[in-house]
Design a binder for this molecule. Structure first.
Ligand code: FAD
Length: 400
């Protein structure tokens, strides 16, 4: 029987909520995590067959949290990144060697990350996992908030952390405003085998329909994120494997030789969703519940993980976890990071999804300039690695 009053209740056991539960494992707080899906089934939406690019900064965070050893057998290092624009000259190449780091990032199968995070949570004896249970109602009082679950159970907490994803139930129940930007683009994802080895190189290729990313995976496979105009995903996914690969080959080219095999395909409509006020009385929104990004730069979870460590840093020694001063401290820390990443991602989508000729020339000039200018390249690399701002303790190698 679980308790009914807590210091912190995390709603959502996806990558972000589970990472927060683990980051707080050494605290003396009473913590619960509520998740709608049974972790043991394959329905858990966060943990599918996508390859997730973790920045070098995120890898260091997991290392400090003590989870990298479990994650690393499932990961593939990104040693080079190749960025190009279909139909235009110019490409930019980033390399770990030039940036003097062992890797620019790591690609990890979302499903494997789920297994590691779920196992880590299951081993914690200070965490109550309430699952499978859905939050269906919420009320806020001055010193706590109360959740009602779908079995009518009520649980109260000094702080509710909404980590319940892009279509956040908590946000809907509180009738909060969101900024939404529909890109009219859909991402098709699948794992692909290639004729030539990827040699730990990630590719980002911009086309007039949207970007194509290929991330290196084990056994010389690549994780594909192919952005198409919304409406085109139906006919493309209806193609048989050979026709699908031929179509992809036309868009991407032959840098990896012939595409030889494709695994299960999925698709995700792409939009930017931003919760306007991420802190409320006794409630804070993190991860996709706060900001759902276009995957063009692979920043969504990396940003969510920085939300996690900033929040864990302010909560770890808090007496009253829902005290507005702590929530403001968190917001001060993360707001600028969130605004910067959202703006940069949105600008990239607009710049590289437009087949305007003038913009096209500007883009290729930009890519050539970036390739020739080491300081600009270094700046881009440090951004993709998730470095370059004042860091919470878990990002500086200090445990909580
Ligand atoms: C195609 C694609 C590629 C991507 N690639 C990358 C990448 O390379 N790198 C990167 O950093 N990011 C990437 N992302 C983004 C990344 O997937 C997300 O940022 C991340 O999954 C968000 O995790 P989350 O835990 O915030 O939300 P979710 O994964 O959506 O988890 C929310 C959880 O809350 C639960 N929940 C919802 N409602 C309730 C309720 N009422 N009660 C209880 N539980 C509830 C859900 O069951 C779910 O488990 C990509 C995204 C896409 C679409």
């Amino acid at each position: 029987m679980t308790q009914t009053t807590y210091d912190i209740v995390i709603v959502g056991g996806g990558m972000v909520g589970a990472s927060l539960a683990y980051a707080l494992k050494n605290s003396s707080h009473r913590i619960a995590l509520v998740e709608a899906f049974n972790f043991k089934t394959t329905q858990q939406p966060s943990y599918d067959d996508r390859g997730i690019a973790l920045s070098y900064g995120s890898q260091r965070i997991f290392d400090t949290m003590g989870l990298w050893q479990q994650l690393s057998p499932h990961s593939t290092a990104i040693e080079h990144i190749h960025i190009s624009d279909r139909g235009h000259f110019g490409a930019t190449r980033l390399s770990a060697q030039q940036e003097k780091v062992p890797a620019l990032g790591q690609v990890i199968l979302a499903r494997a990350m789920g297994q590691v995070l779920n196992q880590a949570m299951a081993e914690s004896d200070t965490l109550d996992i309430i699952c499978p249970k859905k939050v269906v109602a919420i009320s806020q009082e001055s010193n706590q908030a109360t959740l009602t679950l779908d079995d009518k159970q009520q649980i109260s907490s000094k702080l509710i952390v909404a980590a319940d994803g892009a279509n956040s139930t908590i946000r809907r129940l509180l009738d909060l405003s969101v900024t939404e930007q529909h890109y009219q683009q859909t991402a098709i994802t699948a794992n692909i085998s290639t004729e030539r080895p990827h040699e730990h190189r990630a590719y980002e290729r911009f086309t007039e329909h949207g970007p194509i990313a290929l991330l290196p995976m084990p056994d010389n496979r690549c994780s594909l994120i192919w952005t198409v105009k919304t409406g085109d995903e139906g006919p493309i996914n209806a193609l048989d494997d050979a026709a699908f690969l031929a179509r992809l080959q036309t868009e991407f080219g032959y840098r990896l030789g012939q595409f030889t095999q494709v695994g299960k395909r999925s698709h995700f409509p792409l939009k930017l969703t931003q919760t306007e006020q991420t802190i409320q009385d006794r409630i804070v929104f993190i991860g996709n519940a706060a900001h759902n990004l276009h995957p063009i730069a692979g920043q969504g979870f990396n940003l969510g993980l920085r939300d996690v460590i900033a929040l864990a840093d302010v909560l770890i020694d808090a007496k009253d976890c829902g005290d507005p001063r702590h929530l403001h401290d968190y917001q001060q820390w993360q707001q600028q990071d969130q605004d910067n990443v959202i703006k940069a991602t949105d600008t990239l989508v607009r710049l590289f999804s437009n087949n305007n000729v003038v913009l096209g020339h500007g883009r290729s000039a930009g890519l050539i300039a970036l390739d020739l200018l080491p300081p600009a390249k270094h700046w881009l690399a440090s951004k993709s690695m998730g470095l370059g701002k004042k860091q919470p303790r878990l990002a500086r190698g200090m445990t909580l």
